[in-house]
Write a protein of this length. Structure first.
Length: 180
């Protein structure tokens, strides 16, 4: 089913233009705060890692996360071939690392910028992440330009100190106690 969407920008006349709808959606989504994560993977497809905000919990029985991955991303072949990933939740001191994993930096340079270990799946675990969810990909759904990955958690490592890093209004912000 091919549906047309119209967008009213403020009090303007509705616009029925796919590019305008796409722009308005992206602009509106910039106003939705999201935790910043580095998603990593290793296995037969090779080492891969990318910055992501499109991550959320699905259920606690079994513990499952949802991770969105653009099919045009350079890491897509490796992550899907590996069938495993680790969601590393970043702290407020990780802005530079997030930028590194969100850009076109070669994979070796990305991983050289921090200390890593492993848990159950062999995916890289960021040593100083607030939380790391080591997962196996159990389902994939094709939605628009992305795959929505359902990932069952096999191991968790967490720190009890530190503040989170969120992305809001196209910039990084500190999240945690003492914030309204």
């Amino acid at each position: 089913m091919n549906m047309k969407m119209s967008v009213a920008i403020e009090d303007a006349t509705p616009v029925v233009d796919a590019e305008a709808v796409r722009f308005e959606f992206r602009d509106a989504m910039s106003r939705m705060a999201a935790a910043v994560n580095i998603v990593t993977s290793n296995g037969p497809g090779g080492l891969a890692g990318f910055a992501a905000t499109a991550v959320c919990s699905v259920t606690d029985s079994p513990p499952t996360l949802l991770v969105c991955l653009n099919r045009s991303a350079s890491v897509y072949p490796a992550v899907t071939a590996n069938g495993v990933l680790c969601v590393n939740v970043l702290s407020d001191g990780h802005q530079d690392l997030s930028r590194l994993f969100g850009g076109k930096t070669p994979v070796e340079e990305r991983f050289a910028a921090a200390a890593w270990s492993e848990l159950a799946t062999g995916s890289p675990v960021l040593e100083d992440a607030l939380v790391s969810f080591d997962c196996r990909i159990v389902r994939r759904a094709d939605v628009g330009t992305h795959d929505v990955l359902m990932c069952e958690v096999e191991a968790i490592r967490r720190r009890d100190d530190g503040h989170g890093l969120v992305y809001f209004d196209r910039d990084y912000h500190r999240a945690g106690p003492g914030k309204a």
